[in-house]
Ligand binder design. Structure first.
Ligand SMILES: [Zn+2]
Length: 105
C-alpha cells in the first residue's frame, strides 16, 4: 500500500463518557487506493472505505458491531479496537447487487 493514512486515522481513541446522551456524531471516511505496484502510472488494484464514528458531544469513539477483526482488501472487518470499519469497494458496474436480506430486531 502506498497511500498516506489520513490524519484522523492516527488520532488516539477516546472512551465515550457514560453520562453523555450521544446525540450528535461525526463520521470520518477515507478511501485508500491500494496500488498493484509502486510506480507512478500504476492503477489502483483495490479500494477500501475506512470509517470512524465519534460522538461530537463527548468525543468518544464508537465500535462497529457484527464485523470480524480482519484487515483485508477483500473482506469487511475492523482493526483490533473495533472502532475503524474497513469495507472493500469497487467501481459500480451498473448492475444490481442481487437479493437483499432485511434483519431487524
Ligand atoms: Zn457522547
Amino acid at each position: 500500500m502506498n497511500t498516506e493514512p489520513p490524519a484522523w486515522e492516527n488520532e488516539p481513541l477516546i472512551i465515550p463518557d457514560g453520562n453523555c446522551p450521544h446525540e450528535n456524531f461525526q463520521a470520518f471516511v477515507g478511501v485508500p487506493r491500494i496500488m498493484d505496484r509502486d510506480y507512478p502510472n500504476a492503477k489502483p488494484k483495490h479500494f477500501k472505505a475506512e470509517i470512524i464514528i465519534k460522538c461530537v458531544q463527548c468525543g468518544g469513539n464508537f465500535m462497529f458491531k457484527g464485523l470480524p477483526r480482519v484487515i483485508s482488501c477483500d473482506e469487511v472487518g475492523t482493526g483490533a479496537s473495533g472502532c475503524q470499519a474497513s469495507l472493500p469497494i469497487i467501481p459500480w458496474d451498473g448492475t444490481l447487487a442481487g437479493k437483499i436480506t432485511v434483519k431487524m430486531p
